[in-house]
Design a protein around this ligand. Structure first.
Ligand SMILES: [Zn+2]
Ligand SMILES: [Zn+2]
Ligand SMILES: [Zn+2]
Ligand SMILES: [Zn+2]
Length: 295
């Protein structure tokens, strides 16, 4: 019977030698997790882990998540790295990828960390590593002002107020369900529309490419359920002909980018532009879930 890699539940870990620290504890106090442990009699003890980097895989630096493996020398790696390294320990070259480190798995699950947006008001907490998936759809994610040269960032509701207060002259209002002219000078690259009711911001952007012009329509909001969810219909016409596009769901972005997108754009071919420098478009935006029940 080989006992390597097996730890009995409830066995104290204090007698085991400590692994050397990979880096010094963070000084800003942000890299801290709460540790909770249940002991006999339902009493929960808790403590603080000051350096969360200890819970990252030393090979790929991503948060360790189950299953966690160890070599005969006790070096730890995540399962993806064990596969990538063909089950050879990166530290000592012994085999790794068979024996799990159950204690480390329990520790990682017991570490509770706040959402990275806690300082902006999110109160959600997660097992270590799980907060990263949440951050992508946290409604407290910061949004950045789309006005050229403006460095404002804030919660989306605050950004909408900021935009209305400081950039009203550069923006056009829109009402959901109403067809609206959205003429965009190709050289200006961006047109910002603001909803009259809630102030939601929609950025219509164009990217001039060899084959024609790519157009994107994004709402500036975190990708959180229930926050500024729209569908839209966009029509481009050059007088004689027109092209129409319908999107069931408008993309939500926290910051506009001026990099040519690889997907999610509308392509207006060059022959269709007929040498025009203005895209004469019409847009109709609808709030999701309101089309059916509007009376
Ligand atoms: Zn790894
Ligand atoms: Zn090793
Ligand atoms: Zn959050
Ligand atoms: Zn601004």
């Amino acid at each position: 019977m080989n006992g390597n890699g097996r730890f009995l539940a409830g066995e104290g870990s204090s007698s085991r030698p400590k692994r050397p620290r990979l880096s010094s504890p963070a000084e800003d106090g942000e890299n801290v997790g709460e540790v909770t442990a249940t002991v006999a009699g339902d009493e929960v003890r808790s403590g603080t882990l000051v350096d969360l980097d200890l819970l990252d895989c030393s090979v790929c630096c991503q948060p360790l998540s189950n299953p966690i493996f160890q070599c005969d020398n006790g070096h730890v790696a995540c399962s993806a790295c064990c596969t990538n390294l063909r089950n050879k320990c990166p530290s000592c070259a012994l085999p790794i990828g068979v024996y799990r480190n159950r204690m480390m798995e329990r520790v990682v699950e017991a570490i509770i960390v706040p959402c990275p947006n806690a300082k902006h008001g999110c109160t959600d907490k997660f097992s270590y590593g799980k907060e990263l998936a949440h951050e992508k759809e946290c409604k407290f994610g910061l949004c950045y002002c789309p006005a050229p040269g403006c460095n404002y960032s804030g919660l989306c509701k605050d950004l909408y107020r900021h935009y209305h207060a400081y950039h009203l002259d550069t923006c056009k209002g829109f009402t959901c369900g109403v067809n609206k002219d959205a003429w965009l000078e190709i050289s200006e690259k961006i047109l910002v529309l603001q909803e009259r009711r809630d102030g939601a911001l929609v950025a219509v952007q164009c990217f001039e490419e060899e084959q024609g012009v790519y157009v994107t329509v994004n709402c500036i909001a975190p990708c959180a359920p229930g926050v500024s969810e729209f569908s839209f219909q966009l029509t481009y016409s050059n007088g004689a002909k027109s092209m129409s596009f319908e999107f069931d769901e408008m993309n939500q972005i926290q910051k506009v980018s001026f990099q040519t997108p690889e997907k999610g754009f509308i392509s207006v071919p060059r022959y269709f532009l007929d040498g025009r420098t203005t895209l004469k478009m019409k847009i109709c935006i609808n709030r999701l879930g309101e089309e059916e029940d509007s009376d």
